[in-house]
Design a protein around this ligand. Structure first.
Ligand code: SAH
Ligand code: SF4
Ligand code: F3S
Length: 446
């Protein structure tokens, strides 16, 4: 049995792509996944370049697998994802033992690229953004368990001044509406109950209707898609990530009132609370506009848990700008967030700005914001005590295998006493206590 070692960095889009790569190569090359690079016949890195640490990892990891090729010359080493997309031929120039370089939009061509490398002995690089969608060339997804991801759009056209994603993944392209419905119905037939729709700006979804060949210009938006997906038999829970505040349309906000299967959890990155910095980032909204979106969402779904992303130390960020971020966090009250120190990315407009913030100041602001976010996370757990939550039972509890572990809509772990037969099912639990890293609960008997 031939083996594939596949290492994934970065966002859920990359995780999704990696799952598809594994399916594709299982069909084309007959490989099964392995955790051990030394026993692999194909080694692939699906990379991320959103921050510098992520990017450095690639060459570090490549250096380590290079030695394996000395003993196994037929070993295929490949680099995909966002670093591949940005660096292309430069990867082969720097690491000549790399056999294939492929981008997020050309991963469906991997079997051909590997075959071409074997036939010619020459490294193959394909990082184009072809017109035809990769999804048309991928096998239908295989699933395990009750939860699945469905990528519904690719790329990003927002061009925030700090971000590489529009350059690595190309412009926004949505999958056709009917294709998504068919994929979700197929997953539901395989027992999937929870769907997470994926895209860098998933709420900018505009799927063509009437199939691929339909020449009608009519499109469906995310609100409409969610409405349809909620009707697919077997689907219990709908999520989507990541959303851009500018695409939080009135229709999408209303969906929180109309579609109960839409979970009470939303990841809505704000990045900063300072209007000056938001403008310099080209985010397209002010702090007040962000807060107004949150207010409207909470008006239709009061229990909505909100998470976010922050960048501290963006070029030109003053103490007053940073205070505005702290104030926004205090005003909005988040249930959790990813907090990042600004990382200058070559080729982005922000990298050209003069007033880079000194590292020590970035670090201090990062810690101050993190302390506040951690406190809000704990407060949110406290507010859940006494409430009844719909949870997915994921397996035996880690600490006490006689108990069960489940996940809430807002990704908290709940431990409770219950029958093993509940594993893989959605049930209601009442939250009885909030601990630092988990919750305790009691099953609600019907
Ligand atoms: N499309 C999503 C997420 C993009 S990447 C959005 O716009 O919200 C995920 C997060 O990485 C971003 O939200 C941002 O907080 C962070 N990020 C992106 N580029 C960065 C950079 N150059 N430095 C630090 N953080 C960055
Ligand atoms: Fe990057 Fe902005 Fe696009 Fe998000 S919206 S992926 S931060 S350019
Ligand atoms: Fe990273 Fe590319 Fe995702 S840069 S965050 S893997 S889109």
């Amino acid at each position: 049995m031939k083996k594939l070692y596949l290492r994934t960095f970065g966002c859920q889009m990359n995780e999704y792509d990696s799952a598809r790569i594994a399916d594709l190569l299982a069909d084309a090359e007959g490989v099964v996944l392995t955790e051990r690079p030394e026993e692999a016949d194909i080694i692939l890195f699906n990379t991320c370049s959103v921050r510098e640490k992520a990017q450095e990892r690639v060459f570090h990891d490549l250096g380590r697998v290079r030695l394996l090729k000395k003993n196994k010359p037929e070993l295929i080493i490949g680099v995909g994802g966002c670093v591949a997309s940005q660096e292309g031929e430069a990867i082969v120039a720097r690491a000549p033992y790399v056999d294939v370089v492929f981008g997020p939009q050309t991963l469906h061509r991997l079997p051909e690229l590997i075959a071409a490398k074997r036939a010619s002995g020459k490294a193959q690089v394909d990082i184009r953004f072809p017109e035809i969608e990769k999804f048309d060339h991928l096998p239908p997804p295989r699933v395990e368990g009750v939860s699945a991801f469905v990528s519904i759009m690719e790329g990003c056209g927002k061009y925030c001044t700090y971000c590489v994603v529009p350059y690595t993944r190309g412009e926004e392209i949505s999958r056709p509406f009917e294709d998504v419905l068919v994929e979700v119905a197929d997953l539901a037939d395989q027992g999937v109950q929870e769907i997470t729709l994926l895209g860098q700006n998933v709420n900018a979804y505009r799927g063509k209707r009437g199939g691929k060949k339909g020449d009608s210009a009519e499109t469906a938006d995310l609100a409409e898609l969610l409405g349809y997906l909620a009707e697919v038999p077997g689907i219990e829970r709908l999520r989507y990530t990541t959303s851009h505040p500018c695409e939080m349309s009135a229709r999408l906000i209303e969906a929180y009132g109309k579609v109960p299967k839409l979970v009470s959890q939303l990841h809505l990155p704000v990045q900063s609370g300072s209007d000056r910095i938001l403008a310099a980032m080209k985010r397209g909204y002010t702090a007040l506009e962000y807060k107004s979106i949150v207010r409207r969402l909470r008006a239709v779904r009061p229990q909505l848990s909100l998470t976010s992303d922050f960048i501290v130390g963006f070029p030109g960020e003053t103490e007053a700008d940073f205070d505005a971020t702290l104030k926004l966090v205090q005003d909005v009250k988040f249930d959790g967030a990813f907090n990042f120190i600004y990382s200058s990315r070559p080729g982005t407009p922000a990298a050209e700005l003069d007033e880079q913030v000194p590292r020590a100041i970035q670090q201090r602001r990062f810690e101050a914001l993190q302390t506040l976010l951690d406190a809000q996370y704990r407060e949110y757990s406290e507010t859940m005590v006494g409430s009844t939550q719909r949870v997915l039972v994921t397996g035996p509890a880690l600490k006490d295998p006689k108990e069960l572990q489940a996940r809430t809509d807002n990704n908290r772990v709940v431990n409770f006493a219950g029958d093993e037969a509940l594993i893989g099912r959605y049930i209601d639990v009442t939250i009885t206590a909030a601990l630092p890293h988990s919750l305790r609960g009691r099953q609600v008997m019907a």
